[in-house]
Design a protein around this ligand. Structure first.
Ligand code: PGA
Ligand code: MG
Length: 224
């Protein structure tokens, strides 16, 4: 068997491995309702995910009447997270073919890492709830190195690669945060058409795009 070109594959979480807008959306709407704001439709929420839950909340506040003062913003952030943690895997599922694709990469000898802007604690809780933890040799959340070092900076990607002792890796994600972080780390980036896009999908700017996880192994091989 020909060697797989990338010994390390770095994955985003929300909108890449898992369809989590189903649980992030209701948590966001509980926070908005706390100050009498109207709910945001899930289709709209999807475009607000990618920069972490605080960023999602800020975008939703802007869209429903404007930003609030700092103390209210912090309080609503806590309300959102309290609700989210209590319902983290109520409706969230891995995308079709995701687990099989991860297992196929592991079978090729790849090491997998998670690099999400979601805070590390809920990211770990979600992976655990979905029985996915053991597939990842390194797990970085948006606060692991400090919020100021989250994607689109390449820091957590590079830290995961250092942990795993490899220089050759590829990034798989769904938003410009992932594409910018991957490019800044000097990595090829695969994007997911089924994920959450903060810009029109044609403008994401990755090196390849998958429509389904069944394509991932072949697409990575072609990029190598
Ligand atoms: O929580 C978010 O908004 C983003 O998380 P992600 O980096 O896994 O897409
Ligand atoms: Mg994402």
């Amino acid at each position: 068997m020909q060697d797989f070109p990338f010994p390390i594959i770095l994955f985003d979480l929300d909108g890449t491995l898992v369809d989590s807008a189903r649980d992030l959306g209701p948590a966001l709407n509980v926070a908005l309702a706390a100050i009498g704001r109207p709910p945001v439709a899930e289709s709209e929420t999807r475009g607000m995910i990618g920069g972490g839950t605080d960023m999602m909340l800020a975008k939703a506040l802007e869209a429903t009447g404007g930003m609030v003062d700092a103390a209210t913003y912090r309080r609503l952030g806590d309300t959102l997270l309290d609700h989210y943690w209590a319902h983290i895997a109520d409706h969230t599922v891995p995308y079709p073919g995701c687990l099989a694709a991860l297992d196929a990469l592991l079978a090729q000898g790849c090491t997998l890492a998670l690099v999400t802007n979601k805070a590390e604690k809920p990211a770990r809780e979600l992976l655990e709830a979905l029985g996915m933890t053991d597939r990842f040799a390194a797990i970085y959340g948006g606060d692991t190195l400090g919020r100021e070092r989250a994607k689109p900076l390449p820091d957590m990607l590079l830290a995961a690669m250092t942990d795993l002792g490899g220089a050759r890796a590829a990034m798989v994600g769904d938003s410009t945060y992932d594409v910018r972080a991957g490019k800044a780390a000097g990595l090829p980036v695969v994007t997911c058409r089924f994920g959450y896009h903060d810009v029109p999908v044609a403008e994401l700017g990755g090196d390849a795009m998958i429509d389904h996880f069944d394509e991932l192994v072949g697409v990575l091989r072609a990029l190598g």
